[in-house]
Design a protein around this ligand. Sequence first.
Ligand SMILES: *Cc1c(COP(=O)(O)O)cnc(C)c1O
Length: 373
Amino acid sequence: MRENIEVRARKAIEQLKPYSPGKPIWEVQRELGLERVIKLASNENPLGPSPKAVEAMQAALTELHRYPDAQTLDLKQTLATHYDLSPEQVLVTNGGDELITLVSEAFLEADDEIIVPSPTFSEYAFGAQIMDAKIVVAHLKADFQYDSEAILTAVTDRTKIVYLCSPNNPTGTFLPRTELKHILDSLPEQVLVVLDAAYSHYATDEHYSDGTEFVRAGYPLLILRTFSKIYGLAGIRIGFGIAHPSIIQNILKVKEPFNVNALAQTAAAAAVGDAEHVQRSQTLVFAERERFYKALETLGCSFTVSMSNFVLVEMGEKSAVIYEELMARGIIVRHGKTWGLPHHLRITIGTPDENECFLKALSDILDTGNMHA
Ligand SMILES: *Cc1c(COP(=O)(O)O)cnc(C)c1O
């Protein structure tokens, strides 16, 4: 191979690093020669996809020579009915991640500013970086609760988008309805608020809002939703947005025609109608979340109470070692260093059996005699 290629990429992407996802199960199996690997790293639904979605996909297989519906009409109608909206307020995308990229492309000029909470999901910053826009950070409070005043003081006349992730990944904390309304009422009219509600099905606090009520009320708000989490369809890539039709219209201008494949469309429509699968998945997380808390307390680990299907645990100086020790035992979790939280681990709530294995392994490791890394 030649030493150098002279073709230069755009300046805006020079500092970008490819996203680093949680390690897949097969990779850990191969690297460590382990038979059983438990993945508690990507907030997936351990119960799998909705059986109704699987059935719908199987029935659609023989039609795969046809292009998918570019307008996702059936699914939009299904979602509109489910959320009591009109189809013009709904936009379907190739995962929630694509929606973030599309919003960035549609709304960000170079040097515009986005405000992001910190720590949070990394894709908001990514969207700004590819557009050469600036990222302004509004830190969460020390206990990881939202700080609305920090967000509002970060606003300048270049602010174009304010991202709010509620429940927030990786902390599991949320923005209460009154604070969300306060932020919406205080922002200048030309600022778009993107509320990422990827984990809203797991939020049990009565003060939680998934934001839909504020879209109905006409605020310049875009809600991001995904089929990757509770619906168990991460592998097929589908998500959606809810907003005022004029916001949707602008995003549609930059969307590729066939961004959402046919299997994903049919699976998602079936999954929305599978209330039983959603309920089973919620029941699992609600019960297991409590068990996590109890076990972590017994082990003397401090954690942040979560409105989501993961728990952020503080492990102190030893957190990297604990991460490696868990990995050596075939348990994949997420180390906090990606979010600037080197003393934390984020653990997805799995099946009762998977959680048992994790808690047992953690208890073993914390028994310092067993720490050999
Ligand atoms: C998982 C996730 C998404 C969307 O993921 P997709 O798989 O692209 O739909 C969006 N926001 C947050 C905070 C997430 O954790």
